[in-house]
Design a protein around this ligand. Structure first.
Ligand SMILES: Cc1ncc(COP(=O)(O)O)c(C=O)c1O
Length: 394
């Protein structure tokens, strides 16, 4: 009775069996190495926390934020950071909007652009927020594949032309969750040309832009000439500074899309806690989280090198927290995840949870609670080696 029909459009939770096995293992007191969660295990860097303590003591941060698009100080700091990081000039007054994390921006840009009957083009595998909100908004998600053989970059010209005609938005996400793939500026240029021709708004999720290794630096789609005509990009401090619980990010790009998103948001939320916004603005241009990144990279090397020694063939991701590991023949992502959990006490996420094309992979996250210097990851590799009877090189 107290439930709208539209909630039944939300696809069923695919990790039910894995969650049950996890709960059972924990109840039995088994030592589980949880490679499931994509949430930094390290704390927010201390200087950020100290800055927050200053701002929270200032009573002017306590009431509603009545500004049009978020705290001006935050937006200006974000614009300064954007120019320094990507070399792109953006107007904080018309081309930026403060968000309560990028998830909020991704959900609301759908509600701000999709009417019943409209199509949203969504990748598979993918983070599911755009797809689910399209369903809730009465739209139709049309799925396009991210082929492994193309580095998980789509061939946009192969998307069904009838779907493209009805499409209002296309969702892209690089560096990518769950595959760990990265995009070149050349791909972004093709995407901008394609969006211009097809009159489609690109919603680019850039939540992992700062989680990069080995000197790699992820580009922004707004580095492409003309991108501001067709693209809006979501940024977040969550993964950059271990600030997932703080809920702060920003949208940047096409002014009309920014205005539509702001109209939607101003009827739903009353912005972030001003002390968080001011701290986040400061963090963007002053804070450093390289120690956390070093640790993630160390874990990545231990995991990928260790699994490859067993015969697995995995490339080291240049960015994100995720190792997207192919399942051996004879397995699905769910059967492998079950085996890993039951026999080795290692929790990985079945790729099927990110869409049918994810079913040949499991996602292992490098954010491992309780791991100080890679020793839990090493233990995970060791358990996979000694407890599982699988030939990975099949
Ligand atoms: C691809 C992707 N986008 C966006 C988010 C949301 O992050 P936040 O809302 O904390 O900015 C996540 C979180 O895991 C993610 O994986």
């Amino acid at each position: 009775m107290y439930r709208a029909q539209r909630l039944s459009l939300i696809p069923p939770y695919l990790f039910g069996e894995i969650s049950r096995l996890k709960a059972q293992a924990l109840a039995e007191g088994r030592d589980l190495i949880d490679l499931g969660i994509g949430d930094p295990d390290q704390p927010t860097p201390a200087p950020i926390v100290e800055k927050m303590a200053e701002f929270i003591r200032d009573p002017s941060t306590h009431p509603y934020d009545e500004s049009p698009a978020g705290r001006v100080e935050f937006l200006e700091e974000a614009a300064t950071w954007f120019k320094a990081r990507f070399g792109v000039e953006v107007d904080p007054k018309t081309e930026m909007l403060q968000l309560i994390g990028s998830k909020e921006g991704l959900a609301h840009i759908v509600w701000a652009t999709i009417d019943p009957g409209d199509v949203a083009l969504v990748p598979d595998p993918a983070y599911t927020v755009v797809k689910v909100n399209t369903l809730l908004a009465g739209g139709t998600p049309h799925v396009f594949k991210l082929p492994a053989e193309n580095g998980f970059l789509p061939d946009l010209d192969k998307i069904d032309s009838e779907a493209v005609k009805k499409a209002k938005i296309i969702y892209l996400n690089y560096p990518n969750n769950p595959t760990g793939a990265v995009a070149t500026l050349d791909f972004f240029k093709k995407a901008v040309d394609w969006a211009t021709e097809t009159n489609t708004l690109i919603v680019h999720d850039c939540a992992y832009s700062e989680v990069c290794f080995d000197g790699y630096r992820a580009p922004s789609i707004l580095q492409v000439d003309g991108a501001k005509n067709v693209a809006i990009e979501m940024h977040s401090l969550s993964k950059t500074f271990n600030m997932t619980g703080w809920r702060i990010g920003f949208a940047v790009g096409n002014p009309e899309a920014i205005r539509s998103l702001n109209t939607m948001k101003s009827n739903v939320d009353s912005k972030a806690f001003p002390a968080v916004a001011l701290t986040a603005g400061w963090a963007l241009n002053h804070a450093d989280n390289s120690a956390s990144l070093e640790l993630i990279k160390r874990r990545r090397d231990i995991l990928v090198d260790g699994l490859n020694e067993l015969g697995w063939k995995i490339e080291k991701p240049k960015a994100t927290f995720y190792v997207w590991a192919p399942v051996p023949s004879g397995h699905t992502s769910v059967s492998l995840a079950k085996l890993l959990l039951e026999d080795a006490g290692v929790l990985a996420i079945p790729g099927l949870g990110y869409g049918p094309y994810g079913d040949n992979f499991v996602r292992m996250s490098l954010t491992v609670n309780g791991d100080k210097n890679g020793e839990r990851i090493r233990e995970a590799v060791n358990r996979i080696k000694t407890k599982l009877d699988i030939r990975w090189d099949q």
